[in-house]
Design a protein around this ligand. Structure first.
Ligand code: FAD
Ligand code: DHB
Length: 393
């Protein structure tokens, strides 16, 4: 089989890239290891920056999001059992939309299939070859039968554990990494959110986050050990810990309900430089990971592929290779700023096991400052709603 762009991975990055390319008349094939149902049901991120929302709307895949997405004009930061509102719209004129990542994935899969796009699910043992040639290749198996895909370019959209990044020769990619001494235990609960906006809570027993997915489903997270065993977290213990950390002096607390899903996510900051080797381009989690505080992972994946699609359109439509050559540098400028923000939010809100009394007081001062200074709140809001998207042109 032959195509212009071979895409490994049907997460938000791979699907959005395929969609953007199709709108420019560029052919692609998406190879995904998991089943369609697995990809469509995988519970992950939930907050879309305004730039992501605008892109989904402008490219015709925002219909369900407009109906079901929840527009949020502010967030709350909590400490000392009190919540402090950051009014993002007043500070920046922009807002975010709460809409699950798996819903975005569903919308993109539906749009690609409707347009006759080629998506291969349950494609096993994928590998990539001849990356420094003009005919790179993807090999994989479907139902035990070997397949070969010849391409002009390969987009490695296969997430942090994918095969594309490790396929470049040793030493091509420089990695910058920080692993945090904690993770997040996340639950999805059949319970009406007890208020309309998210609450990021700093608590002496550890961070907690109150979020939601719909008027009937609450999403909640607890700072935990990165190797936490879920068997030690029966539902009653999860609720007890959430109530302890989130309940405020004014009586506000999350509503409880049946727990639909429970998982533990370790946390790291990770950047690969550059994001290109020959005709392999990395995008999304395959190139970088942010800790989830601030909800940037999926948004970054979308902003990468927007730039990559511009570069590929420049190549096919105007015969320009210079735009693709700048892909990595242009993306990394935004990625590092988002890394900084995610690290900062994480540092401000979590308990660090090695924190000294000095560190603890400095963290408290940071929370006090950001919730009492309009200038500091504006900086948080500007980053939270999303820094401007980068462009190649
Ligand atoms: P992914 O969504 O990881 O997609 C990669 C795709 O490639 C997957 O479908 C995978 O199956 C496929 N793949 C992998 N290897 C192969 C292979 N060899 N062959 C073929 N296909 C392959 N962000 C937030 O902002 N908030 C959150 O609450 C949040 N929670 C998260 C929870 C978890 C468990 C994880 C892992 C991430 C979470 N994130 C969160 C981050 C966010 O979901 C990611 O940043 C986002 O999914 C990145 O999209 P992507 O398309 O780059 O990668
Ligand atoms: C959600 C996840 C985040 O990482 C975050 O900062 C806010 C909300 C969520 O899954 O709803």
């Amino acid at each position: 089989m032959r195509t212009q762009v071979g895409i490994v991975g049907a997460g938000p990055a791979g699907l959005m890239l395929s969609h953007l390319l199709a709108l420019q008349g560029i052919e692609s094939v998406v190879i995904e290891a998991r089943s369609r149902q697995y990809c469509e049901d995988r519970v992950r991120a939930g907050v879309l920056e305004q730039g992501t929302v605008d892109l989904l709307n402008e490219t015709g895949v925002g219909e369900r999001m407009q109906l079901q997405g929840l527009l949020h004009h502010g967030i709350e930061l909590g400490f000392d059992r009190r919540r402090h509102r950051i009014d993002m719209t007043k500070l920046t004129g922009r807002a975010v939309t709460v809409y699950g990542q798996h819903e975005v994935v569903r919308d993109l899969i539906a749009a690609r299939l409707k347009a006759g796009g080629q998506l291969f699910f349950e494609a096993e043992n994928a590998s990539v070859y001849a990356l420094d040639s003009e005919r790179p290749m993807v090999r994989y198996e479907v139902g035990g039968v070997a397949q070969q895909l010849e391409c002009d370019f390969i987009a490695g959209c296969d997430g942090f554990h994918g095969i594309c990044r490790p396929s470049a020769p040793e030493g091509v990619f420089q990695v910058y990494e920080r692993v945090y001494p904690f993770g997040w235990l996340g639950i999805l609960a059949e319970a009406a959110p007890s208020q309309e906006e998210l609450v990021y809570m700093n608590h002496e027993r550890g961070f907690a986050l109150f979020s939601m997915r719909s008027p009937t489903v609450t999403r909640l997270y607890l700072q935990c050990d990165p190797a936490e065993d879920l068997k030690e977290w029966p539902d009653e213990r999860v609720w007890q810990e959430l109530q302890t950390r989130l309940t405020c002096d004014d009586g506000w607390r999350p509503n409880e309900g049946r727990i639909l899903q429970k998982s533990v996510t370790p946390m790291r900051s990770f950047v690969t430089e550059p994001m290109q080797y020959g005709r392999l381009f990395l995008a999304g989690d395959s190139a970088h990971i942010v800790p989830p505080t601030g909800a940037k992972g999926m948004n970054l994946a979308i902003s990468d592929v927007r730039v990559l699609a511009e570069g590929l359109a420049g190549f096919y439509k105007a015969g320009r290779s210079d735009l693709l050559a700048r892909y990595s540098d242009v993306c990394l400028r935004r990625i590092w700023k988002v890394q900084r923000f995610s690290w900062w939010m994480t540092s401000m809100l979590h308990q660090f096991p090695d924190a000294s009394p000095f560190d603890q007081r400095r963290q408290r001062a940071e929370l006090d400052y950001v919730t009492s200074s309009a200038a500091a709140a504006k900086s948080l809001a500007e980053n939270y709603v999303g820094l401007p998207m980068e462009h190649l042109l």
